[in-house]
Ligand binder design. Structure first.
Ligand code: KIV
Ligand code: ZN
Length: 516
């Protein structure tokens, strides 16, 4: 056993399975670059066999990322594994992650396979994956609810076939820390060749214990890899959150005695990037990356922190990448000053074109907002308009009238392809009126599942960041928009969601689609 803990990030695969979190190839590439900057050991870039879009995203990441291992998920069949291998071909540092369910419930009800068939399929899958790389991970899906003796047989066989990492998913978030840790330890003790593989934990957060379970898997069970996502993104209640688990291991090194290779100063930028792209806001009281995580609101705490920060602070905000709310730029700032600040903030810029687009947006913002904070600059880069994304719908202008006792009215002008459309409607409030105006014209027939507004910085001058979640025919998308005028931010978010609804391709969910 080594003292090094491998951090395996699955934001782009398991995180993306969260309804509404699907990302374009460019968005995935931006996140992958940030994950590389964060120095995660393994990036699970997607599920290559699920769609052409996913295949291209995995391939683009494999072609670009050099410092992290790039991994693709594959169900335990030759087609999925070949697609994964093909997408990863350009990488010198690749991993194929193959899985099949092993719990009685999943085998009988989902796979409709006998345990013997699953056993054979698992062995064949790992043997086949080893043709393409010697870095093969195997996961028994719903592993934690599997029968121990059967699971031991399967895992012993796949290790003998050459699996180098064995991952034990708590797929439905049912585990509790002591039991999960003991389960891993039992497997490792019972399987004769268990020392030939690195053991890994993969915990879902349905009971809010994903981080605790993962840490127990490490401490009690001897795992040396943790699978996690930025902001704990993932289906249902999400996955183990990277920022929490990494800071727990680092802050309590006295207890865990393990090293992680993560550059923690990249944690907050990664959190903001993922939240901006997916439209999943981070709750203010979220550990490490929530806006209040380092805000010492009560007078007693402030006094203590001023005398000696350790009185109430166990981590330093700057160590996880928080930057003070500084006024960095204003309307007189030039392109060079803007570029320099963007670089200081570690924001990845793919091209001069992207920088120019962001600078134009910065100038527009600076005309309307005297003080531009770091958070504003970060939000500019989360804005779809900066990234080369197929923008069919785009806000041109918005006017609204709201007066006490009067029914609010909105007039929205937006681009629909090459055409400019003007639409008007009344509503319960100005946001409702502007959404009704857009919908009256577009007639998407979608249902609004979520509408939320957050202030990007403090004070009433702050930009509002809006998330809109739309559903149509079983598909869910999130749109985001930022603007000092929250009605305009809302219209931008609605149009952004429509862009995704009309352009994001259909894809398979690796776990719920028929397999293997
Ligand atoms: O939760 C799960 O079981 C998974 C596997 C595919 C690893 O995500
Ligand atoms: Zn999972």
């Amino acid at each position: 056993m080594t003292d090094r803990l491998i951090i395996f990030d699955t934001t782009l695969r398991d995180g993306e399975q969260s309804p509404g979190a699907s990302m374009t190839r460019e968005e995935k590439l931006r996140i992958a670059r940030q994950l590389e900057r964060l120095r995660v050991d393994v990036i699970e870039a997607g599920f290559a066999a699920s769609s052409n879009g996913d295949f291209e995203a995995v391939r683009a990441i494999a072609n670009t990322v050099r410092d992290s291992t790039v991994c693709s998920l594959a169900r335990a069949n030759d087609r999925d594994i070949s697609r994964a291998a093909e997408a990863l071909a350009a990488s010198d540092n690749k991993r194929i992650h193959t899985f099949i369910a092993t719990s009685p419930l999943h085998m009988e009800k989902k796979l409709r396979m006998t345990p013997e068939q699953v056993y054979e399929q698992a062995k064949l899958a790992v043997r086949f994956a080893r043709r393409f790389t010697d870095n093969v991970e195997f996961s028994p899906e719903d592993g934690y609810r599997s029968e121990v003796d059967f699971l031991c047989r399967v895992l012993e066989a796949v290790i003998a076939e050459g699996a180098t990492t064995i991952n034990i998913p708590d797929t439905v978030g049912y585990a509790v820390p002591e039991l999960y840790g003991a389960f891993l330890r039992e497997l490792r003790e019972k399987i004769p060749n268990s020392d030939k593989a690195v053991w890994s934990v993969h915990c879902h957060n349905d009971l809010g214990m994903a981080v605790a379970n993962s840490l127990a898997g490490v401490k009690i069970g001897g795992a040396r890899q943790i699978e996690c996502t930025i902001n704990g993104l993932g289906e249902r209640a999400g996955n183990c959150s990277l920022e929490e688990v990494v800071m727990a291991v680092k802050t309590r090194r006295d207890f865990f005695g393990l090293d992680v290779g993560i550059d923690t100063t990249q944690i907050v930028p990664a959190s903001k990037l993922v939240s901006g792209i997916t439209g999943f806001p981070v709750q203010p009281n979220k550990a490490v990356v929530g806006a209040n995580a380092f805000a010492h609101a009560s007078g007693i705490h402030q006094d203590g922190v001023l005398k000696a920060r350790q009185t109430y602070e166990i981590m330093r905000a700057e160590d996880v990448g928080w930057v003070a709310n500084k006024i960095v730029l204003g309307k007189l700032s030039g392109r060079n000053a803007f570029k320099q600040r963007v670089q200081e903030l570690g924001i990845p810029v793919e091209s001069e074109g992207e920088l120019n687009a962001a600078f134009t947006k910065f100038k527009e913002l600076a005309d309307r907002k005297a003080e531009i904070f770091d958070e504003d600059i970060q939000a500019l880069f989360s804005d779809e308009a900066v990234t080369p994304h197929d923008e069919h719908f785009k806000l041109v202008s918005l006017a609204q009238r709201a007066e006490t006792g009067e029914r609010p009215h909105a007039r929205v002008v937006f681009k629909q392809g090459a055409q400019e459309v003007a639409a008007e409607a009344d509503g319960n409030g100005p946001v409702d009126a502007s959404f009704k105006a857009i919908e009256g014209e577009v007639k998407s027939g979608s249902e609004l599942l979520l509408y939320s507004v957050n202030a990007i910085t403090t004070g009433t001058e702050s930009q509002g960041e809006v998330t809109v979640r739309l559903a149509r025919a079983g598909r869910i998308v999130n749109g985001t928009g930022a603007d000092p005028d929250i009605i305009a931010a809302s219209a931008k978010a609605y149009l952004n969601a429509l862009n995704k609804l009309y352009t994001t391709p259909e894809r398979l969910n690796p776990q719920t689609s028929l397999a293997p």
